[in-house]
Design a protein around this ligand. Structure first.
Ligand code: DX5
Ligand code: ZN
Length: 217
């Protein structure tokens, strides 16, 4: 299984000082900065868009892992590439033509990920798994931080890991010190955590413990 990558979700940070929060997470050992992009349409919440990613890029060299919870993700590819996003992860449910979008993201020079919501079967990504950099298995309904981890998503992770031993498999939603073992055991290696990291007494220790749980599998 590939090495752990810990991706704090800035959704749990203070948006009024986003650049500082990003630097703080990097200093605490983050591998990726997970940016939750919501359009108030694909999900019932609205967060940030490409202009903010562009501004942030002026303040950090860190890997910007952009999770697009938006309708019509194809219309934003060029904006995110120009803004300096490193990875563009779109929802399978939001697009009519996932293979074309995978190619479009690659052509724009970004890494590409595909996300699936809890009710979407994992089989929909099988034919694309060897063409993407990452698959994101949502472990909550997308839209908000602070929800409970859905352990019943673990069979999807397990099946992906069995089929694709080298693939980066991301989990997002409710990951914390009391749920990480289930996700790690199933085969997830890219761990998003918002509440568990930002609300912890020591984000640095929490990141280290999440990493240890994955790397010890
Ligand atoms: C939810 C977002 C998550 C969210 C996770 O739709 O995709 O990235 O920030 O938050 P926690 O870790 O608090 O469940
Ligand atoms: Zn997310």
């Amino acid at each position: 299984m590939p090495a752990a990558k810990i991706a704090p979700s800035l959704l749990s940070g203070d948006f009024a000082k986003l650049a500082d929060e990003c630097q703080y997470m990097v200093d605490c050992g983050a591998d990726y900065l997970h940016m939750d992009i919501m359009d108030g349409h694909f999900v019932p919440n609205l967060t940030l868009g490409a202009p903010i990613i562009k501004s942030l890029r002026q303040h950090t060299d860190a890997f910007l892992d952009c999770h697009l919870m938006v309708s019509h993700p194809e219309q934003w590819v060029d904006d995110y590439a120009k803004a300096g996003a490193d990875m563009f992860t779109f929802h399978f449910e939001a697009t009519q033509d996932a293979p074309a979008l995978v190619q479009k993201v690659r052509d724009a020079g970004m890494k590409v990920g595909i996300a699936i919501k809890p009710k979407t079967p994992v089989s929909v990504v099988f034919e694309l798994a060897d063409k993407v950099d990452m698959i994101l298995v949502m472990t909550v309904e997308p839209g908000f931080g602070g929800q409970s981890f859905m352990a019943d998503m673990m069979p999807k992770v397990r099946e992906l890991r069995q089929r694709y031993p080298e693939l980066d498999i991301q989990v997002d939603g409710g990951l914390a010190l009391d749920t990480i073992d289930q996700a790690a055991k199933a085969g997830a290696n890219v761990i998003v955590a918002g509440t568990a990291i930002f609300k912890s007494a020591s984000p640095k220790d929490t990141i280290a413990l999440l990493r240890k749980a994955v790397d010890e599998q």
